[in-house]
Design a protein around this ligand. Sequence first.
Ligand SMILES: Nc1ncnc2c1ncn2[C@@H]1O[C@H](COP(=O)(O)OP(=O)(O)OP(=O)(O)O)[C@@H](O)[C@H]1O
Length: 226
Amino acid sequence: MGRDRRVARESRHPRHRPRGRPSFRAVRCRYARARGGGVSALLRLAGVTARRGGRTLFEGLDLVLQAGEAAVLTGPNGIGKSSLIRLAAGLLRADAGQVARAEAALADEHLALDERRRLGDALAFWVRRGGREQVAAGMAAMGLDHLAEVPVRMLSTGQRKRAALARVIASGAPLWLLDEPANGLDGEGQERLAAAMAAHRAAGGAVLAATHQPLGLDDARQVALG
Ligand SMILES: Nc1ncnc2c1ncn2[C@@H]1O[C@H](COP(=O)(O)OP(=O)(O)OP(=O)(O)O)[C@@H](O)[C@H]1O
């Protein structure tokens, strides 16, 4: 308890900031960069162009997501949906234009959980705020409570997808970037995903999802590539 308080007090001082952790000023600047016209945006793409394999996927693309908003990316295979998601996540550099985002959590084809750990522990690795409570909330949202002690490597395809989504839910990040989030989910899993996205948006979060399937985001902005 005393130690926790000391860490909290020390971490407010820039000289005591743990290595690798951004300063309060840097975080404030990051949020300020994502702001425009006095309205805060969780994602802002301005005039973004992406080229891959010598081909232009999209050019001059603008997209802004404010708190509570969602956008659904659609289009044929290979058109650039995943590339746009990766670009929004900061994993791919835009060839032109600007990208600004709040803290984001990404779920794509990579599970990003340690296969050797139990699911609850593997999820806890990613959760900075709220600890085990957040992990439990993420698992409950995706109906995984009964699997907390099961090693990640033993999960089925659909359970792995649910686990990736539980990681996003537990992360506490305001911006969710979801690439084919319904792939491998059964009907109940899809309903849970829809409910989680609705709750996230109601709490001031935003969602950018690429999909070939309906996600229950009927009021979302539709961004059709191609
Ligand atoms: N690492 C890479 N290097 C070069 N080209 C790539 C790379 N990754 C993807 N591409 C190409 O970029 C294009 C867009 O791929 P992307 O995965 O963004 O499409 P997508 O719309 O998500 O497709 P799908 O619906 O099949 O998931 C494709 O032509 C693909 O071959």
